[in-house]
Design a protein around this ligand. Structure first.
Ligand code: G6P
Ligand code: ZN
Length: 582
């Protein structure tokens, strides 16, 4: 057994190591500065109670983006230096964010050990490569992201750090499955490399009826494709969709994980998932090759999802509503009923209506998956979702891109039980249109202004808050822009009191609520790594079934005009158009 020594290395603080919505994300060149990653990791160890460090088992892995392999070796050495007993690493350092959550909650190590936390190495949907982003976040023993109390403490520690602990271990081979043991001042230290997919696949099999999905996927009437955008989802897609469920290998697109995501932007939306969007025939009334019936994509770390039908886009807000409305019938895990449902504030109010109709507990939380965790731990929420292409359930404490695809395939399998032999297939589009006919439709769009000057973005937000003090003035501006838009009846900044721990989160987005149920929400992104990103969320409710079939950009045009005029978007940002529309 190789022996190692532990030593303290002197260091000085770096500015700006405050974790955002989902961990610390910076350009690779920032992370590569000597001691930058080390300071953050040590600050995290110091923010945890000693039992979560000394003698503990921790997971270290991520989406495989550039710099991950170096980071994993650094963290292994620091874990040994801090008295951690075992580090678990997915083979080649790959684990999707949902798989990490599953591994913390479900996995038992070769020696019977269980993990109490994880360093996840990802910048999610941000591009990767030497000139792009890297990221790191810490997840707790429930499998969910560290709560604000911990991330605040990490940040405080980064401002005062003087020393970090590390061990003089050799690099560990993370390409081969197996355990490598070392001997240190506190005794044995193990690094266990394990198959990235097995635990996750097992969990999925326990939630869904794989047999019925397999019947659907093997039916010649149903065609399928999945785009991992060269993210870590590729490590799961082949195992689940092809090997377990019998999809054709040719249905997988960009399913080889790459350090730079093939130079692309691994964000599953209509702008960045171009290849999939084209294959699904969106924006074309006919095409030479008939598009598949179902298509989906994931982001870099596979927690996000985009669901498409043939020539048809399912908004993430509709997706969570539809999954919630059909889960009990179509997904065995939910057959005993749903404990409750939840959405983030900017997500459309479609889920509210499903909750009301089905008499379910309902929660509206700030943006960020961590807010769902407390509700789930308290047994109050089964299914939740966000407009930002996140959908999931209480099977883990992260959103789950592949779970969302399996949920949709389950619904399709259920609706088509009788039709696979003969009869007309119920399509993704049919399911969505039927949902609108039953519950009404929330026309919805999001405008993103990326990499705006941070000062200008702040001024715009401050202006919108100030405006809220006089609704009369707001309504005068609104009616001056469009006379066909209803009146603003309430305006505020969203604030959330967690019903479980009583913690209060302020300034979670600026809301303008209209008499007819329409909403405008303005928020600054918490996940960017440069400048500021302004997000504008626009929503309008239509109950009349004869009016739910319009093009959403047409239907929303009046509200969009009001939003842009009211916020003086162009004046503040200099932008005449958003970077991305979803
Ligand atoms: C991450 C979180 C999501 C959240 C999203 C918001 O993906 O995991 O829960 O919705 O960030 O990002 P934003 O850029 O809008 O702050
Ligand atoms: Zn992600």
């Amino acid at each position: 057994m190789v022996l190692f020594n532990v030593s303290g290395v002197e260091t000085t603080p770096f500015d700006g190591q405050k974790p955002g919505t989902s961990g610390l994300r910076k350009k690779v060149k920032v992370f590569k500065q000597p001691n930058y990653l080390e300071n953050f990791v040590q600050s995290t160890f110091n923010a945890l109670t000693p039992q979560k460090v000394r003698g503990a088992t921790l997971v270290v892995s991520g989406d495989g983006r550039y710099f991950s392999k170096d980071a994993i070796q650094i963290i292994i050495k620091m874990a040994a230096g801090n008295g951690v007993r075992r580090v678990w690493v997915g083979q080649n350092g790959l684990l999707s964010t949902p798989a990490v959550s599953a591994v913390i909650r479900e996995r038992v190590g070769v020696d019977g050990s269980r993990a109490t936390g994880a360093f996840i190495l990802t910048a999610s949907h941000n591009p990767g490569g030497p000139n792009e982003d890297f990221g790191i976040k810490y997840n707790m023993e429930n499998g969910g992201p560290a709560p604000e109390g911990i991330t605040d403490e990490i940040y405080e520690n980064t401002k005062a750090i003087k020393e970090y602990l590390t061990a003089d271990l050799p690099d560990v081979d993370i390409t081969a499955i197996g355990v490598t043991s070392f001997g240190g001042p506190d005794g044995q230290f193990d690094v266990e490399v394990f198959d990235s997919a097995s635990d996750y696949v097992k969990l999925m099999r326990s939630i869904f009826d794989f047999e019925s999905i397999q019947k659907l996927l093997s039916s010649p009437k149903f065609t399928f494709c999945y785009d991992a955008l060269h993210g870590v989802a590729g490590a799961y897609a082949k195992r689940i969709f092809v090997e377990e469920l019998g999809a054709q290998e040719s249905s997988l697109m960009n399913c080889v994980p790459k350090e730079d995501f093939g130079g692309g932007h691994p964000d599953p939306n209509l702008t960045y998932a171009k290849e999939l969007v084209a294959r699904m025939g969106l924006g074309k009334s006919n095409s030479e090759v008939e598009p598949p019936e179902f298509g989906a994509a994931a982001d870099g770390d596979a927690d996000r999802n985009m669901i498409l039908g043939k020539r048809f886009f399912v908004t993430p807000s509709d997706s969570v509503s539809i999954i919630a409305a059909n889960a009990v019938e179509a997904i065995p895990y939910f057959s005993a009923g749903l404990k409750g449902v939840a959405r983030s504030m900017p997500t459309s109010s479609g889920l509210d209506i499903v909750a009301k109709n089905l008499n379910l507990k309902f929660f509206e939380v700030p943006t960020g998956w961590k807010f769902f965790g407390n509700l789930m731990d308290a047994g109050l929420c089964s299914i939740c979702g966000e407009e930002s292409f996140g959908t999931g359930s209480d099977h883990i404490r992260e959103k789950d891109g592949i779970w969302a695809v399996l949920a949709w395939l389950s619904i399709l399998a259920f609706k088509n039980k009788e039709n696979l032999g003969g009869g007309e297939l119920v399509t993704v589009e049919d399911i969505v249109r039927n949902h609108w006919a039953t519950y009404g439709r929330h026309y919805y769009t999001r405008y993103d202004y990326e990499n705006v000057d941070a000062g200008a973005a702040k001024e715009l937000m401050a202006y919108l808050v100030k405006l809220q003090s006089s609704l009369a003035e707001v309504n005068e501006i609104v009616s001056g822009i469009r006379s066909d838009v209803s009146k603003v009846v309430h305006a505020d900044e969203f604030e959330y009191k967690d019903p479980i721990d009583g913690s209060i989160s302020k300034h979670q987005g600026i809301r303008y609520l209209f008499e007819d149920g329409s909403r405008l929400v303005f928020r600054l992104s918490g996940t960017g790594s440069e400048g500021a990103t302004i997000r504008l969320y626009i929503e309008q409710y239509e109950k009349d079934p004869s009016k739910t079939g319009r093009d959403s950009q047409d239907a929303l045009a009046p509200l969009v005009a009001v939003a842009l005029g009211l916020s003086k978007m162009q004046e503040f940002t200099g932008r005449s158009a958003p970077t991305v529309i979803t």
